[in-house]
Design a protein around this ligand. Structure first.
Ligand code: SF4
Ligand code: SF4
Length: 299
C-alpha cells in the first residue's frame, strides 16, 4: 500500500499539468485553482471507481436498504460522507447556462469542458446508453482529461446539444462539488436511478442531492389524467407525482427536486418550471448562475 501511494505521488509530481494554472468556480465568479486542490481532486479521480464499487456493495446489502434500522444506518453513513461529491439538481436550461458561463471564461486556459464515460457505469461495468455523459468543467475537465479514461475536450455548443440528448433520455442533471463547497464544483452529472450511485443513495436517504433553484408548477385542470397519459409518472425518477381520486396527477411539492424532466413531455401543457423561493444552496451554486443573470467572467 505504501509503495502504491508513493508511486501515485510520483505520478502527481511528474504530471506537469498539475502545476499549470487552472480555473474553478467561486460563486458568480471564477478563481484560480492551485496545485494542492488540483492534486487532491486528481487523487479523488484516481480512487473514484473504487469508492463507487464500495458504495454499490453497501447498497446491495438488503438489511441497509430494506429495513428501518438499516436505513437509519445508511442515513448516518451518508451524513458523515459530506466531503464526497454532492449535487444541486438543475433543469436542462440551467445546465446550458452553466456551460455558457464556462464558455465566457477568460483567464488560465479559458473555457474547458470535457465529456467522458459515466464513472458509475465504468466502475460497476454496468452499461446503459447514453453512457458517455460525465460532463466535467474547468479544472475538473483538465483532471479527467489527463486521467486517460476516455474523456475528450468539447465545445460549449456540443455540450449543450448533449445536455438536451440526456434530457430526452430521462437523465437528471446535477451540478456536483466536493467538500460541500462551490469552490470544488467540477462536473455536471447526468443521472439515472438504476446505476448512478449518488442518485441511489439519495433515493434511500435523502442525502447527496439538493433541490435546485427551480420547482415544478402543476396546473391540475390541464392534466389529461393517468389513463390517457401518465408520462410525468414515468419521467420523474424521484417519485414526486401521484394519482388523485379523479384520475388526474398531483404533485408533492415538498419532494420536487426541480429537474424539469416532466415539463416538456406533458401533452396537456399542465407543467412549467418556476423559481423556488427557498433555494438553500446559492452559496454553493448561485441561482443567478443557473437562472441567467451573469456577465462575462474573468479571473
Ligand atoms: S404528463 Fe401532463 S397531462 Fe400527462 S399525466 Fe402528467 S400532468 Fe397530466
Ligand atoms: S416533479 Fe418534475 S421537476 Fe420535480 S423532480 Fe419530478 S420530474 Fe423533476
Amino acid at each position: 500500500m505504501k509503495s502504491d501511494l508513493s508511486s501515485i505521488f510520483q505520478v502527481i509530481l511528474s504530471e506537469g499539468h498539475i502545476f499549470s494554472e487552472h480555473a474553478g468556480f467561486s460563486g458568480k465568479k471564477l478563481r484560480g485553482v492551485g496545485p494542492i486542490q488540483y492534486a487532491v481532486h486528481w487523487l479523488y479521480g484516481v480512487f473514484e471507481p473504487v469508492i463507487l464499487r464500495i458504495v454499490d456493495y453497501v447498497l446491495s446489502i438488503r438489511f441497509l436498504t430494506k429495513t428501518v434500522m438499516g436505513r437509519k444506518i445508511l442515513y448516518v453513513i451518508a451524513s458523515i460522507s459530506w466531503f464526497f461529491p454532492h449535487g444541486v439538481v438543475v433543469t436542462t436550461a440551467a445546465a446550458e447556462r452553466m456551460v455558457d458561463f464556462v464558455e465566457r471564461t477568460e483567464g488560465p486556459k479559458g473555457a474547458r469542458i470535457a465529456v467522458g464515460p459515466c464513472v458509475c457505469q465504468m466502475a460497476l461495468n454496468r452499461w446503459q446508453e447514453p453512457s458517455k455523459k460525465d460532463m466535467v468543467l474547468l479544472y475538473g475537465a483538465d483532471i479527467y482529461y489527463h486521467l486517460n479514461m476516455g474523456y475528450e475536450l468539447i465545445s460549449a455548443e456540443k455540450a449543450k446539444g448533449l445536455l438536451r440528448e440526456f434530457d430526452a433520455a430521462g437523465l437528471v442533471h446535477a451540478v456536483e462539488f466536493c467538500l460541500r463547497s462551490g469552490k470544488w464544483i467540477f462536473v455536471i452529472c447526468n443521472c439515472d436511478d438504476k446505476i448512478c450511485a449518488p442518485t441511489r443513495i439519495f433515493l434511500h436517504t435523502g442525502k447527496m442531492l439538493f433541490p435546485g433553484p427551480e420547482i415544478v408548477n402543476h396546473d391540475r385542470k390541464l392534466c389529461i389524467g393517468r389513463e390517457k397519459c401518465g408520462k410525468c409518472l414515468e419521467r420523474c425518477i424521484i417519485g414526486v407525482n401521484f394519482v388523485g381520486d379523479d384520475g388526474k396527477v398531483a404533485v408533492d411539492y415538498d419532494k420536487c427536486m426541480g429537474c424539469g424532466l416532466c415539463v416538456n413531455t406533458c401533452p396537456g401543457k399542465a407543467r412549467t418550471m418556476v423559481k423556488r423561493e427557498n433555494y438553500r444552496h446559492g452559496h454553493q451554486v448561485p441561482a443567478d448562475l443557473l437562472l441567467g443573470k451573469t456577465e462575462t467572467v474573468s479571473l
